[in-house]
Design a protein around this ligand. Structure first.
Ligand code: C5P
Length: 243
């Protein structure tokens, strides 16, 4: 069989043309980057784990009525998704202070936020994905007001669901990043959840020990990256017992 046409290669994924029009294949790599790709490495087995974890979360979100790009998993490293036009905004949802928020505002990591905080970053590697306001988004036409309403609404619903999902397996959902896309139907488009949800783009802390079970293990040279991702998969019931 001829190799499919590659559409795009990102830091952690490759996108290939899908078997039917309007579909794409997402291939999950083991590559890890941090600090806008200034730090690079490989986490052996990460792609397989992220493919499974993201499949699981997107499927559950679909079941509660959140529209997503996910169609089905194809194999260990690939999933079939709907082709969308990515909205050039990274949506960060925060429940607890950590990472760039703690650094920027001098809030101790681990401080519970008084309410859920949604931040928007303009997706541009060369600029380092700068934090922007809804005013910037409206001013530069990156998304319409209606689209931003849908995005914020979905981000809150996803956060509520994921907080519960992770709390049930002894994990505190600190923060995470979402990406959305426009699904076209003729002249009309609607917003659906795209990209992935995995320990690459979430902060997940063990509720009892505070241990980090996410990409901060790589960012902060803590070691045990793959074991942490495996632990998340295991608690979600995605790995056979004893592995
Ligand atoms: O670095 P920062 O504290 O802003 O990250 C907030 C959350 O968004 C973290 O869970 C991080 O993994 C995620 N994130 C991401 N991709 C980015 C920036 C942040 O997945 N480019």
């Amino acid at each position: 069989m001829a190799r499919r046409r590659q559409i795009y290669e990102g830091k952690a994924k490759i996108l290939y043309e899908g078997p039917e029009p309007g579909t794409i294949i997402q291939y999950f790599k083991d590559d890890a980057t941090a600090f806008n790709a200034q730090k690079k490495g490989t986490i052996s087995g990460k792609g397989v784990l992220n493919n499974r974890i993201s499949e699981h979360i997107f499927t559950l979100l679909g079941q509660i009525g959140v529209p997503t790009h996910f169609i089905r998993r194809l194999n260990m490293r690939e999933q079939l998704v709907r082709q969308v036009e990515i909205v050039p905004i990274e949506v960060v949802v925060r429940n607890v202070a950590a990472g760039s928020l703690s650094k920027k505002l001098g809030i101790e990591e681990g401080t519970q936020l008084p309410r859920t905080l949604i931040e928007y970053c303009y997706k541009d590697d060369a600029l380092g994905d700068p934090l922007v306001s809804e005013e910037h988004i409206a001013c530069f036409g990156w998304a319409t007001q209606e689209e931003m309403h849908d995005i914020a609404d979905m981000a809150i619903r996803i956060n509520d669901f994921m907080c519960g999902l992770f709390a049930g397996i002894g994990i505190r959902l600190i923060d995470f990043k979402l990406e959305f896309g426009r699904l076209y139907d003729g002249d009309y488009s609607r917003i659906i959840l795209a990209d992935e949800i995995s320990p690459d783009g979430c902060r997940l802390w063990d509720m009892n020990t505070g241990e980090k079970l996410d990409k901060d293990r790589f960012r902060r040279d803590l070691g045990g990256e793959v074991e942490a991702y495996q632990e998340v998969a295991r608690r979600l019931g995605l790995l056979p017992e004893g592995l």
